[in-house]
Design a protein around this ligand. Structure first.
Ligand code: SAH
Length: 347
């Protein structure tokens, strides 16, 4: 059954028109959907109409299946989709607001060696409504509303490669920032990609104000190929050229993620090589000590060496920070919670 949240506000308006409903009905319905209400809780719309709609559409494409709270306020969510698949989300609390990390696919087919999301390959793409539902469900769950949002920022950094599910992700970006819905500012949304160059080029022409984040994780192709299979398809040179085109078109600073992996990409030579790549356009490097993935035998760089790497980058006048790790006590790397639950149910 189709999810009603897969429809944009404009499509809901057309649907109401087709059903001979008054114009204001679209607004009422979209408000109820934005509040993530189940059909029985929608009281301002005629029961008969809701009954007709529930025959055609699923109203709540996911539910919170499990939740783990960290000492620092971070919450990990495991959601269950209508077909029984599980996906993950993380809520991080900052001084300026709450950031929700959303998934775009069940699993992933990019095969990065350090990433738990990719361990079982790609199961399926999420629809735009299933991505949106993660935001609406958690916002409602935390007591937020359309005007008083509990979620202010979104990062597309959960499981999946967003640009490998391009159409659904772009539709999600438009719906989640639509003034008729939860209206989260595009400037508060980051999309993270392992670097699908043709899709980055397409994205730059979508007229979106989001922040593009590129997972680089290596200063040259040789090292990148050791952990990221996508490096066999696109060279770092091609990625950097597309990042520059993206910046020139959108004027949005591009962020590069660089997970520091012990003994692989964390030498001063690597820092120098990385710094060279960053010249010539507005960007920022986010260093993340790798969250260990035992299955892959890869370890994160120790803290003092991560800071030395940061200082080395800064000595080349590169804008860089070490990303604060959050929720360390509840789980390590992205995707691990789902992997754990799956393996425990399979035993
Ligand atoms: N597919 C997208 C988004 C998913 S992951 C991408 O590749 O960007 C979001 C970020 O977490 C990416 O930068 C990813 O490389 C990183 N990541 C994955 N596993 C990690 C780990 N074990 N430790 C640290 N960062 C990791």
């Amino acid at each position: 059954m189709r999810n009603i949240l897969d429809l944009s506000y404009d499509e809901i308006e057309m649907l109401m028109k087709d059903l001979n409903q008054p114009k204001f009905r679209a607004g009422q319905l979209y408000d109820a959907l934005t509040a993530y209400k189940t059909p029985d809780k929608i009281t301002n719309i005629p029961k008969a109409l809701i009954g007709d709609l529930t025959k055609q559409f699923n109203f709540t494409p996911l539910t919170i299946f499990k939740e783990i709270k960290s000492q620092d306020g971070t919450i990990k969510f495991l959601y269950k989709l209508s077909d029984g698949n599980l996906i993950e989300g993380v809520l991080m609390k900052y001084k300026y607001g709450n950031t929700l990390c959303v998934s775009t696919q069940v699993g992933c087919r990019m095969g990065c060696k350090f990433c738990a999301s990719t361990l079982g390959g790609l199961i399926r793409n999420l629809t735009s409504g299933e991505i949106l539902a993660q935001v609406l469900c958690v916002n409602a769950y935390l007591g937020g509303s359309k005007t008083n949002r509990e979620i202010t920022n979104i990062v597309l950094m959960g499981s999946g490669e967003p640009l490998d599910n391009y159409d659904n992700v772009v539709k999600f970006l438009r719906c989640v920032s639509d003034s008729k819905g939860i209206a989260i500012s595009q400037r508060n949304i980051s999309l993270s990609t392992c670097g699908l160059v043709d899709k980055i080029d397409k994205l730059k022409d979508e007229n979106l104000q989001i922040t593009l984040t590129i997972s680089l994780h290596a200063p040259n192709d040789e090292i990148r190929k050791q952990t990221m299979p996508i490096a066999n398809r696109y060279s770092i040179k091609e990625i950097m050229d597309s990042a520059k085109r993206y910046f020139n078109k959108t004027k949005r600073r591009v962020v590069f993620e660089y997970a520091l992996i012990d003994g692989k990409n964390d030498t001063f030579e690597c820092a120098d090589e990385l710094a060279k790549l960053m010249h010539g356009f507005s960007n920022h490097v986010n260093l993340i000590p790798l969250n260990e993935v035992k299955e892959r035998g890869l370890k994160g760089t120790l803290k003092h060496r991560a800071y030395a790497f940061l200082d080395r980058l800064k000595s080349h006048n590169i804008s860089a920070t070490i990303r604060r790790t959050m929720g360390e006590d509840i789980e390590g790397a992205c995707g691990q919670l789902r992997a754990k639950v799956l393996s425990s149910t399979q035993q």
